[in-house]
Each structure stands twice: as C-alpha cells, then as structure tokens.
Design a protein around this ligand. Structure first.
Ligand SMILES: Cc1cc2nc3c(=O)[nH]c(=O)nc-3n(C[C@H](O)[C@H](O)[C@H](O)COP(=O)(O)OP(=O)(O)OC[C@H]3O[C@@H](n4cnc5c(N)ncnc54)[C@H](O)[C@@H]3O)c2cc1C
Ligand code: FES
Length: 268
C-alpha cells in the first residue's frame, strides 16, 4: 500500500535545458533546470510542457512524467519518446534553451507501507516509475523491476531502473536483450515462488489488465499508471476522463491520477 497526495504547489514557470541526449532514433533524455518542480515534485507526478516554438501544433501543453529530480541542483529529468510534432520539437532543443513547464501535477506518493514493490513497465513507461523506485530503495523496501520492450533499443531508462532495483528482469518481444517473451509470464512465475506486496504498472494496457487480474485474485496489490490524452492537465477540459469501476461516473486522470488502485478504474 502507499499513501498519495494531490499536488499542493503548482506553478507555470520557465525552465532551461541543462543537458539533452538523443537515444537512437526515437528517444530523448532531457535534464531541465527548474528549481520549483525539483523542489515540490513527488514520485508519480507529471508536468505539462510547452516549447517556445510558436506554432499551432503546440498550442496545448503536453504531459510528461517527472522521471527523476535532483533538489541539490534544482533540476529534473524527462524521458521522451518522439511520437509527433511537440516531442520532435523537444528533441531539437539545445543546451540552455528555454521552455515553459506547468507542475508538478497529479497525485504523488509520499510514503509506502510495503516490504516489497514490483514495477511492471513497458518502454518509455519507465519514466513514471524511476523516482518511485528511488524513493522505495531509500526507505529500505525491496524493488523488483520487470522491464519489457519490443526490442532492446526501446529499453529507455534502463540504467536508472538498474540503479534503483534490487533485481531487474529484462524482457523483449524479439529476444534481442534479456528474456525472450512476455513479461507477464515472468511476473507470474516470480509470484509462484516469491512475494511482491504491491505491483505498479505503466506503459501497456495489456499489463494494466493483467495487474487488475492479479489484484482481483489476491496475488498482489495492484496499482496502475494511466496515460490519457490531456488538454489542460489541471482538471478543466475533461479530456482525460476514465470510467470509475466501483461507482457511477468518471475520474480525471490529471487530478485523480495518474496512479490508481487496480480495482478503481475501468481500463479504456
Ligand atoms: C500523465 C502522462 C504522462 C506521460 N509521460 C510521458 C513520458 O514520460 N514520456 C513520453 O514519451 N510520453 C509521455 N506521455 C505521452 C506524451 O504526452 C505524448 O506522447 C505527447 O503528448 C505527444 O505529443 P506530440 O505533439 O509529439 O504528438 P501528437 O502529434 O500530439 O500525437 C502523436 C501521437 O501520439 C499520441 N498521443 C498524444 N498524446 C498522447 C498521450 N497523452 N498519451 C498517449 N499517446 C498520446 C497521439 O494519439 C498520436 O498517435 C505521457 C502522457 C500522459 C497523459
Ligand atoms: S487534461 Fe483537462 S481535465 Fe484532465
């Protein structure tokens, strides 16, 4: 179990690029100077980002997980997959270039009440759980990470997850790195022999449904990071609504999530 809180301090602020690293043809690792977010962010929270390239395509800010924070130097890290115009703009940023950031947003984890956690992650979904793994490790909680991607090149953020995991299992669809196959099978066989008290998943709806199943069967306590299309990130546009599982109505992923208990939401 974990204890989560809503963002208390939210601000739109200037940030500048401290470092930027292009990884292969699809990913970018960006460290931003932004003392406000670095100071206030909790594991699990995200930011809305806007490059200063004034085109209609980036009229709306875009959501990204706060992958890591460094309070000592006032910076935080984004791991970005290039999927369209604004993520391409982000990949073209230069060191010291400015962007606008709103955050930290969503609910974040302030404490754990578990001896062990598992992270079942697909691709760039790693960005949502790196700081969570870091916090758990600092508190002496065992961290078991199951990191899956279609190919080895898409295991983005692997070095950070390795640093903060007690055990890291790599699984690829094509067998180019680690175990060849389906990460769900690796988790299932782990759970036959060993315990994971709370299992978090991000980056795959198939994994989210699987974690819901494990939670229902009482095999572990499941938590799901949801990523819906977001217009505002602060609860106004209702673009990110997902159906509640145990009641009538909808949650807004941007303010009620992005982390949900596995039995709370219907996976879209
Ligand atoms: C809470 C949250 C956290 C996220 N964290 C990360 C992260 O850490 N790293 C990362 O690379 N991406 C993350 N995403 C997804 C990211 O926001 C989108 O990939 C991005 O907004 C696409 O912008 P674009 O202008 O490049 O693409 P667009 O031209 O807007 O769209 C390109 C393609 O991406 C899809 N897309 C657009 N927005 C989203 C979205 N919100 N979720 C899923 N698919 C989308 C579109 O449907 C389209 O197929 C996150 C999304 C949410 C909601
Ligand atoms: S993104 Fe606008 S309400 Fe959630």
């Amino acid at each position: 179990m974990h204890i989560i809180e809503k963002a208390k301090e939210i601000k739109t602020t200037d940030a500048s690029v401290k470092s930027i690293r292009i990884i292969g043809s699809e990913y970018v690792d960006i460290e931003l100077n932004c003392p406000f977010v670095a100071e206030h962010a909790l594991p699990g929270q995200f930011v809305m980002v806007h490059t200063l390239n004034e085109t209609l395509q980036n009229l709306l800010y875009r959501p990204f997980d706060i992958a890591q924070t460094d309070r000592s130097n006032g910076s935080f890290r984004l791991l970005v997959k290039i999927t369209g115009k604004e993520t391409l703009n982000l990949s073209h940023l230069k060191t010291e270039e400015g962007i606008r950031v709103t955050g930290p947003l969503g609910k974040g984890i302030v404490d754990f009440d578990s001896r062990s956690i598992g992270l079942l992650v697909r691709g760039v979904g790693s960005a949502a759980v790196i700081s969570l793994a870091q916090k758990a490790r600092q508190e002496g909680i065992k961290v078991y990470t199951f990191f899956s991607a279609s190919t080895g090149e898409r295991l983005i953020g692997k070095e950070y997850l390795r640093e903060f995991s007690d055990e890291l299992f790599i699984i690829t669809d094509d067998g180019s790195e680690g175990h060849h196959g389906d990460a769900r099978e690796v988790v299932s066989s782990f759970l036959e022999k060993r315990e994971i008290q709370s299992l978090y998943t991000c980056g795959s709806r198939r994994f989210a449904r699987y974690v819901q199943g494990l939670n229902r069967e009482g095999k572990t306590e499941g938590y799901i990071f949801l990523e819906e299309l977001m217009g505002c990130g602060i609860g106004y546009c209702h673009g990110c609504a997902v159906k509640k599982a145990k009641a009538e109505g909808y949650y807004l992923v941007c303010v009620d999530g992005p982390i949900f208990s596995a039995d709370e939401v219907e996976i879209p």
